[in-house]
Design a protein. Sequence first.
Length: 307
Amino acid sequence: MSPAGGRAAAGTPSVLRRMNSALILDVIRRDGPLSRADIARASGLSKPTVNEVVELLLAGPYVEEAAAPAGGDGAGDRPRRPGPRARLLRFRADVAHVLGIDVGAAKLVVDVADLSGRVVASERRPLSARARAGHAAVLREVSAAARAALRGAGIDAGALRAAGVGTPGVVAPDTGRITLAPQLEVFGVQAAGASAIHDSWHSRTRLTTQRADTFAEGVATRTTYDLTFPALQSGLAGFVTVTDSEIAEALRTIVATTHNLVEGAGAMGFAALPKLADRLEGKNVGIIFCGGNIDVAMLERVLRREI
């Protein structure tokens, strides 16, 4: 008999079978097609145990066995030895599919993948301001994008085994509801004297400037970057610039009111608040104080209001 609640105790034969089944299935999925002898070598399990587990797996939908193709016999397509062909086990990655849904602040991405993780279709859509206005509208957008992705893959929804959803908020474990930042908007801030990334974002064209003139060294850039610019294009809700005098004033306010020391680049989020006041009114706003890499001479100039 199983213990109370129907769950097998640790170390019982049923638990060991499940563990061995998971191990062998992973070996086949990762390295197959493989013969049973190959599986025994790769898993470290005995041949009788491998045979027992393989028979259990063959009774399910995820593994199939067939004769090795001509010229190959097992892992690595080794030259076939004389005698009957080996039978190889293959993971059936196409027997079912999974859905991955990424709900961002301004975009929605839905991927359809087979059981090996290979993406077979993808649907990417911007989330309009109207869609972000409420959860019902967002769910409609998600449903439409999921249907479009499934059509692109030629797959019926009934073939899905699971769906995973990622959001920019925090999901409460007791209710399953998003309780924080269900639609987080992120704004970019750049120094006016080094505005290449800001200008590129607004023009939708990557630009380069001749100079980067700002005391905020952390953002003193003259061009965009391959790794970050696509993310800025798709993820930002807006982008503004601030002057060096506005950065310096923000730095002084931060030091005076919070007793935290930040460098020029670290004060830019606070410096941008007045320029975003209309869009942020009535909302909860988070600002990151990042970096305290400011030298004594520059800090003295800021505190003496020389900037």
